[in-house]
Design a protein around this ligand. Sequence first.
Ligand code: AMP
Length: 399
Amino acid sequence: MNKLALNELDVKGKRVLMRVDFNVPVKAGVVGDDTRIVAALPSIQHVLDQGGSLVLMSHCGRPKGEKNMEFTLKPAVDRLAELVDANVTLAPDVIGDEVHSLVEALQPGEILVLENVRFYKEEEGKGCTEEEQETFAKTLASYGDVYVSDAFGTAHRAHASMAVITKYMDTCAAGFLLEKEIAYLGKVLEAPAQPFVAIIGGAKISGKIDVIVNLMDKCQTILIGGGMAYTFYAAQGLQIGDSLLEADKVELAREILHQAKEKGVNLLLPVDHIVADAFSAEAQTKEIEGEIEAGWMALDIGPKTAALYSEAVATAKTVVWNGPMGCFEMAPFANGTNSVCAAVAASDSVSIIGGGDSVAAVKAAGVADQMSHVSTGGGASLEFMEGKQLPGIVALTDA
Ligand code: AMP
């Protein structure tokens, strides 16, 4: 198998089978945030411009291997049709005679989108035999002359349309979005411009531990925010009141603090906090420094921490941000996250935003276009940052 870049493929007159990630939020039949569809457009448009036709595959939501039309790709297809100047058809299914006929009838410049590939349990490979998954992948492979993957958001899944299908295609290529994600995230891991500052937040240490450990060898400063900060506090014997605590991770937090010291990494914890007397937007709040007394929980970093973190970001050449600084979904606890947002947007660094919540925060603050790269993959970017090999990328190189 040849692993190519999309612009190395000759797609004129060919049927290009492309895995995209149209797993977008849908409300009342309408796409809420079309970022992932827009992100796939350069690859889609390139194939059309070069005289190829497209069979697009994607999943959406969790239909759990059943044809549940609650998870139809129709809203995504409707949005795609508004964004491209081409004939776009949604197939009634993923496999079967009718789909086969639609594929055969496809003309250059046209797009056929298969229904949600997760309507079949073979896609995820759960509750079916390996042989059944192979047969499913082989059927999908029969729809195209060449295969292109542009689904970075799903690249951490070893699913049929991502990781099995490539065995049955002679020519596979990475789409422009996949290439871009790999280029940005890969550079961070291989040769980040220094000073490199990582901002890690969110609810729990357990979700980000591998990222912290992996980045510790590459960056100078790690800024910790969000609920996870309080397990680090507890590890130092500090009072945290009713703040979030992962009791079984206290030892791990202590070990990370120790490692950071050994490696000369500047690992910063919040010096002040917005504390509340309940986990609620209506709770009583106050600003405090240092330890947190009983009856109060820290739900955001305080202004001194926000200023300290912003200062660290201001001189950075590379910034990676994953996870909010507080419960930013509730207005009284959004300031810390918003301050970090503004600081990253204002810095001259190569800024990479990964993870669903940080991306949502950056978009809500209206500064997404001031970031160098806003990843389309939450779980995928996290696993990439952990230094893991993503099956959807590996499959493009291993035949
Ligand atoms: P994660 O999925 O681990 O990135 O966590 C994101 C979630 O962490 C968001 O829903 C935030 O509301 C939540 N979060 C952030 N800071 C805190 C905090 N100090 N206490 C509790 N939850 C928090």
